[in-house]
Design a protein around this ligand. Structure first.
Ligand code: UN1
Length: 522
């Protein structure tokens, strides 16, 4: 199976050979750290990638820096046309690339494909943007003067992406960066190098055929040292980082230290509020997808379920019935991610399984209760899953009120439950955590919706109504507030961060009047 998927994307299938993981626009190389790509479902080695050395990273940055000069001189609609061709290249391999994402990251087949579709969608958006992004023309108080606000490209954009969205998050950044006139350098997660190599190999010929240096989409696979080299480079004015709050804080400080710009997409601790007047059937579906989809490994996954006291026991019993159902009527269908009927794949790696186990152990030690019948690691053989896969049971838990887990993101299918008595209390609980990414209210009340969306409402970057916390479309800006980092990517006004803005006052008179009535006659 791995052989079929890898060869469909022209990736080497002989795992004893090292695959070069550094692309500087001229050649594929790699003399740095070895990165082993392992299938989360089977434990098998999918490929051994030789990452970039520090010197190779620096020369890839230089190549991207040179490419940026050419990109910025290319008319924006022409850049949009290149992105449109990237879309076509992705579309021609949408199933193959989707399967590779499933194989290497562990998410289910339709979500793997969905990630590539998300990249295709942002290509469409960026192509349109290339003909519509605009500055401003403003009235001046001085006669025969005019003021422009003018966007120009920044240069190189550094993209550091996470394992959980190994394709789409790069897509959000590289397409917007390219149409706004920048080149990019991509440092993917060390555990998903194959997806990044496959994507770069699809983009490279498109750039070359359009006479654009392929270093405009440079790739440096690697570990912490490669990441630090990119983050610390004076030649990269904007760093877009997706990952943990802990690493994000380091990245933010390092970039600030050299007065660079950042877009940070850090932790989420997303709540769903099910109010007394909610359509419970709808809420159930919304909670399920967001809590257990991608095995709880989206930054937008639902971590906290806040239930109105009056519907809590009814809602919980319906939810737990689905969580507790077992094979062969296993409605949640934990299993092989590439099997189309599976809904929950494995966790990405063993460290994630350990984190899941430790989190649950801590919660029960501190007086919390696991509400699902099953919890913990799933042993090989159950549901036909492989022995060496990283399988866990999705769980619903009632932690004690003051448990520290309420403030932390654990990247696993663990859902915390708590009751509330009024919408005001629910909003207060929603806002009481350090993170501010996504949030959802299930209600049929216009008043509650108004409150939820307004100044006394959710403080998150994503504030949904009767829609779960995850699975956003690309049209709006995506990102979160507070310790999530305040970044916005993909649609909305996100593109405005990928340019340097200048205010330009132009005098087309033959006099030199001053603003604010200042007199300086000579
Ligand atoms: C992430 O988990 O890092 O809204 C991104 C969503 C997806 C993107 C998630 N469109 O769930």
């Amino acid at each position: 199976r791995a052989f079929r998927i890898l060869s469909s994307l022209d990736l080497p299938t002989d795992t004893s050979q090292q695959i070069p993981g550094c692309f500087d626009g001229t050649s594929w190389k790699g003399s740095g750290e070895e990165l082993v790509s392992r299938c989360p479902a089977t434990g098998e080695v999918l490929g051994r990638v030789r990452g970039a050395s520090i010197e190779e990273t620096q020369s890839a940055i230089q190549a991207s820096h040179e490419a940026a000069k050419l990109i910025r001189r290319t008319p924006a609609p022409k850049r949009g046309e290149i992105v449109r061709q990237i879309r076509e290249a992705l579309l021609s391999k949408v199933d193959e690339l989707g399967d590779l994402v499933s194989l290497e990251m562990g998410k289910i087949k339709s979500e793997g494909r969905g990630e590539v579709v998300e990249f295709i969608d942002i290509c469409d958006y960026a192509t349109g943007l290339s003909r519509s992004m605009k500055g401003n023309v403003l009235p001046s108080e001085r006669p025969e003067h005019v003021i422009y606000e003018n966007p120009n490209p920044l240069g190189v954009v550094g993209i550091l992406s996470a394992f959980n969205f190994p394709v789409a998050v790069y897509g959000w950044n590289m397409t917007i960066a390219l149409v706004t006139g920048n080149s990019t350098i991509w440092k993917p997660a060390p555990s998903t190098p194959l997806a990044s190599i496959a994507v770069t190999k699809l983009i490279q010929p498109v750039l070359e055929r359009n006479g654009v240096p392929a270093a405009a989409a440079a790739l440096v696979c690697g570990g912490v040292d490669v990441g630090k080299t990119v983050v610390g480079s004076e030649d990269i004015p904007l760093i877009s980082f997706t990952g943990s709050e802990k690493v994000g804080k380091e990245v933010g400080k390092a970039v600030q230290d050299r007065f660079g710009k950042t877009i940070l997409e850090l932790g989420g601790n997303n709540a769903v509020i099910v109010d007394e007047d909610a359509d419970l059937g709808l809420a159930l579906q919304g909670v399920l997808f967001a809590a257990v989809g991608t095995a709880g490994q989206r930054c937008t996954s639902t971590r906290r379920l806040l239930l109105h006291k009056s519907i809590s026991s009814d809602f919980l019993s319906r939810l737990l019935k689905i969580y507790d159902s077992t094979h062969p009527t296993n409605q949640l269908l934990v299993g092989d991610p590439l099997e189309p009927s599976t809904l929950i794949g494995p966790l990405h790696n063993l460290a994630a399984v350990e984190k899941y186990e430790n989190t649950l152990a801590g919660i029960t030690e501190r007086g919390g209760e696991i509400l699902t019948l099953r919890s913990g690691r799933i042993e090989g053989g159950e549901f036909g899953v492989e022995d060496k896969g990283n399988w866990v049971w999705p769980v619903v838990v009632r932690p004690s009120r003051d448990d520290p887990c309420w403030n932390e993101e654990t990247f696993a299918p663990i859902l915390y439950v708590r009751e509330f008595e009024s919408i005001e209390e629910a909003i207060e609980i929603n806002n009481s955590v350090p993170q501010g990414l996504s949030s959802s209210l299930f209600t049929s009340s216009v008043q509650s919706m108004g409150k939820w969306l307004g100044p006394d409402g959710s403080d998150c970057g994503i504030v949904n109504v009767n829609v779960g916390t995850s699975g956003a479309e690309i049209g709006a800006g995506f990102g979160g507030n507070k310790s999530t980092g305040w970044g916005r990517e993909s649609g909305g006004d996100a593109w405005k961060q990928y340019v340097r803005w200048s205010a330009a006052t132009v005098n087309y008179s033959s006099k030199m009047p001053l603003a604010q009535g200042v007199n300086f006659g000579i």
